[in-house]
Design a protein around this ligand. Structure first.
Ligand SMILES: Nc1ncnc2c1ncn2[C@@H]1O[C@H](COP(=O)(O)OP(=O)(O)OP(=O)(O)O)[C@@H](O)[C@H]1O
Ligand SMILES: [Mg+2]
Length: 506
């Protein structure tokens, strides 16, 4: 009896206990989504019931070759050998879809010449396909090396029925895995989308920013946000804190540029009573106040040099020393810093410590200037307009095409903040249902010969630059030179997007 047996004619007449096994297996099918678990326990059951020595479930690999998934009674090497050399047998089931049974493989005409059958001393074996519809997902293989004619057609029918159940379990589990994967991906997408909903932007540059944020927001990593004025550094710093697990704890902003130099250390790190004249009692510094929360060090480029080693200590050792004390106290404060200028320059000229710079920029995040991400302009402009309309529903509801063109072509030295102010002003001035170019109070595009206003503006900027260069960025002196008030000059500098830092003497 060494023929290929059609299964259909053999399904009747299974003994009672085998029917019970089938019933058990099919019942656990619903309960166990972890399909290898199911297959393992099923395999044990089958081996016992059929007296088989070894059992292997092979799945069809991506290239069609059999990959062992669950094995019983076979060690690694045997399995390896069997897989490699029993292709003839496995392929009959896996490629041709046949249920194969052999009483004595050693004398079986079909396998007599097979090296593997001889090497592995296989005597009795059965091999059936795992089918779903017209696809074959793998095969179920059983053998015995000492007993001839161990399996009969009834056993083969039984194994085929089990294989059918296995195939269903496999497919269910694959579907389940796919769904889980998809749900995870969707959830991630949705979170990514709404998590930073205040930060608008779909340009490639901003998408990169979001990706970095997504990765680091939950961590305690120190983040250095670099970007020109008005690019959203503070907005991002807040988003980092309020999307982290520290969100219920304090978020404290320190403007490093305006720290009074003699009080700075005490502000940041605290002091001991009597440490200096005004120190009437012990006081915690901001890093201690914000322990478990976040300290946002804005304008870190202006952090006085004497304070830098102490900040480095906070970042490295997570500890502070109050002014007047000798011991250090542990703090658990996350640091997010922002800089308007590239700190490389300050490191080069010795006004910013290199070791601190490296500690700060564990995660560097650069917010691109608005002129480098024009794609974001329409959505930002519309959103600022909507905000005006919330308070003032009869404000214009959109932008004329010409007005949008002006917005797109403008160079935005003040970046998003300038865009916001421009739109708010235009919304108040605009009398039509859509904002017109003249409501914007900006010059047209940057192409073509400069208009009179533009020429005047360019000259103005050049003069201011010249004065700032000469005075090394001293605004009062530059204002004197130009014959305008200090505040006026500050205002003009802002309009031209000039920063006195650029002109500081090196
Ligand atoms: N991507 C953005 N989406 C929505 N609003 C933004 C975005 N970027 C900036 N803004 C808005 O622009 C204004 C300026 O942003 P922010 O104060 O964060 O900038 P900044 O980089 O800290 O500026 P500065 O260097 O002058 O301190 C804020 O009103 C902020 O809400
Ligand atoms: Mg800011």
């Amino acid at each position: 009896m060494s023929d290929t047996t059609p299964v259909e004619s053999q399904t009747l007449g299974l003994p009672q206990h085998r029917l019970e096994i089938l019933y058990q297996v099919s019942r656990s099918l619903g309960a166990l989504l972890e399909w290898t678990e199911l297959v393992q326990s099923m395999m044990d059951l089958v081996l016992r019931t059929l007296n088989a020595e070894r059992g292997v479930l092979f799945l069809r690999g991506p290239d069609g070759s059999p990959v062992p998934e669950v094995a019983r009674g076979a060690d690694e090497t045997t399995l390896q050998e069997a897989t490699e050399t029993s292709r003839r047998i496995l392929d009959r089931a896996m490629v041709r879809g046949e249920a194969v049974l052999s009483d004595d493989a050693q004398t079986d005409e079909r396998f007599k010449t097979s090296q593997s059958v001889r090497n592995l001393k296989i005597v009795s074996f059965m091999c059936v396909p795992l089918r779903r519809g017209d696809r074959i997902l793998g095969t179920l293989y059983l053998d015995n090396r000492s007993i001839t004619a161990l399996f009969n057609k009834e056993d083969l029918a039984f194994l085929s029925a089990l294989a059918d159940l296995c195939a269903i379990a496999l497919e269910n589990s694959r579907l389940h895995q796919d769904l889980k994967q998809e749900v995870r991906q969707l959830r991630r997408d949705v979170q990514g989308k709404y998590r930073f909903e205040n930060i608008l932007g779909t340009s490639e540059r901003m998408v990169k920013v979001f990706k970095i944020l997504e990765r680091v927001v939950e961590t305690d990593a120190t983040i250095l946000i670099q970007g020109e004025n008005g690019t959203g550094k503070e907005l991002v710093a807040r988003a980092i804190h309020f999307n982290s697990k520290r969100k219920e704890k304090p978020f404290i902003t320190v403007d490093c540029g305006s720290l009074p130099e003699h009080l700075a250390a005490s502000e940041l790190f605290g002091h001991r009573r009597g440490a200096f004249t005004d120190a009437r009692e012990d006081r915690r510094g901001l890093f201690e106040e914000a322990s478990d929360g976040t300290v946002f060090l804005d304008q870190i480029e202006d952090l006085p040099l004497p304070l830098q080693p102490q900040l480095l200590r906070v970042l490295q050792e997570r500890e502070v020393r109050r002014v007047g004390e000798t011991t250090y106290r542990k703090v658990n404060t996350r640091v997010v810093a922002a800089s308007r200028i590239n700190l490389d320059e300050k490191v080069k000229n010795g006004t910013f410590r290199e070791d601190l710079y490296f500690r700060l920029r564990v995660v560097p995040l650069t917010l691109p200037p608005l002129r480098e991400r024009q794609a974001d302009i329409p959505v930002l402009a519309q959103s600022f307009l909507e905000k005006v309309r919330d308070a003032q529903p009869d404000a214009p509801k959109g932008f004329s095409k010409a007005a949008m063109d002006v917005l797109l072509k403008h160079r935005w030295p003040g970046n998003v903040r300038e865009l916001q102010h421009t739109v708010e002003r235009a919304a108040l001035l605009g009398t039509e249902s859509r904002i017109q170019p003249e409501d914007l109070d900006l010059e047209g595009g940057t192409s073509g010969p400069p208009s009179l206003t533009e020429a005047r503006r360019n000259t103005e900027e050049a003069k201011i630059r010249e004065a700032l260069l000469e005075t090394g960025g001293n605004v009062s002196h530059a204002a004197e030179k130009l014959g305008v008030g200090r505040r006026t000059l500050q205002h003009m500098m802002k309009r031209h997007g000039l920063n006195r830092e650029e002109f500081r003497l090196r």
